[in-house]
Design a protein around this ligand. Structure first.
Ligand code: FM0
Length: 325
């Protein structure tokens, strides 16, 4: 066990091919494989120090003491893996608006997996780090790597983990992220996706369609076909959200501003002839895939229409790494 505190930094990732349903809730085995882009702009720094004098885990988020059962459960997994019974001090700083569909759980659990396992004296491979992060939050399995990342669904704890598709990305693309609402979302991803699995009549169609999308997008990435990557991304996101609209009870994450931004992105593409495509996750925030050279032109158009919303640009980011606190 490491006596000194360990700090890890992990970046958030945004899925172009969505994970939206589990086969196994405890092991977090997904219904389908997914693909994401790790972003450099939003990240989490997490410091972990095991301390024999602690009666329980002590967790602070952005400087505030919080109780988080998912973190406690995760730390139990780490203790079991390392064969220790000691509690830890965990300090996490989220440079991401938490829980607003900006995949803050992805960067958070990837950073926690790296810092906690190393502080517990483990030296995990990136594959095993991805497996461990997955137990905290499915999408966190992808933030272990940078660039384009695929989470291979696998069938069990050993075979479900992410792999880098293209980590050192030499393609000048990125995402504009508009924070429509950084408040706590109504329905968590965990609840939302399970409702869909259990009640949407479209779920099997989704599995077939998203599996085909994954194959097509990997080919389009290889061919640097930005239009194809964008079209598949936008279509896949809308199919995911169609599941929510068809669930019982139905739900959706859109706010009026989300739809207005989505329509404006389509207009910019069709009338201004600037290639850009949107995606949304379990929240109202719109992420716009674009080429780096077009980012400021798109930002200016959006600022003229939605002055109250800032659209921050993120380039492809790197995988999880240890840093000096
Ligand atoms: O990231 C994606 O593929 C798509 C989503 O972001 C939603 F749009 C899912 C994120 O789910 P997550 O928070 O990882 O759920 P957990 O495993 O129940 O913790």
């Amino acid at each position: 066990m490491n006596s000194s505190p360990i700090t890890a930094r992990a970046h958030t990732n945004i899925a172009l091919i969505k994970y939206w349903g589990k086969k196994d809730m405890d092991l977090i085995i997904p219904q389908n494989s997914s693909l994401s882009l790790t972003l450099d702009h939003f990240y989490t720094d997490t410091t972990v120090k095991f301390d024999k004098t602690l009666p329980r885990d002590v967790f602070t988020l952005n400087g505030h003491l919080v109780e988080n059962p998912k973190v406690n459960h995760f730390m139990d997994l780490v203790r079991k893996l390392a064969g220790i019974q000691i509690f830890a001090k965990i300090d996490s700083i989220n440079h991401v608006p938490s829980a607003a569909g900006l995949a803050s759980s992805a960067s958070a659990f990837a950073a926690l997996a790296a810092a906690a396992s190393k502080a517990a004296g483990l030296d995990l491979s990136r594959k095993d780090l991805s497996r461990l992060a997955r137990r905290g939050s499915g999408s966190a399995s992808r933030s272990i790597y940078g660039g384009f990342v695929e989470w291979c669904q696998g069938t069990d704890d050993q075979t479900s983990y992410a792999v880098p598709v293209e980590e050192k990305l030499d393609w000048p693309i990125g995402m504009l992220v508009g924070i429509v609402n950084s408040g706590q979302k109504k329905i968590s991803s965990r609840v939302g996706m399970q409702t869909v699995v259990e009640t949407s009549p479209y779920y099997q169609g989704w599995i077939q369609s998203t599996t085909a999308d994954l194959k097509s997008i990997k080919k389009a990435i290889q061919e640097r076909d930005f239009q194809k990557v964008g079209e598949i991304t936008e279509s896949n996101a809308l199919k995911m959200h169609a599941l929510n609209l068809s669930a019982q009870p139905h739900f959706n994450y859109f706010e009026p501003m989300s739809l207005a931004i989505m329509q404006e992105v389509e207009r910019i593409r069709e009338e201004e002839h600037i290639p850009c495509y949107y995606t949304l996750d379990a929240g109202p925030n719109v992420k716009i895939l674009c080429l780096q050279a077009d980012a400021s032109a798109i930002q200016q158009i959006l600022a003229s229409k939605f002055g109250q919303i800032t659209f921050e640009f993120a380039k492809p980011g790197e995988g999880v790494r240890f840093i000096e606190a």
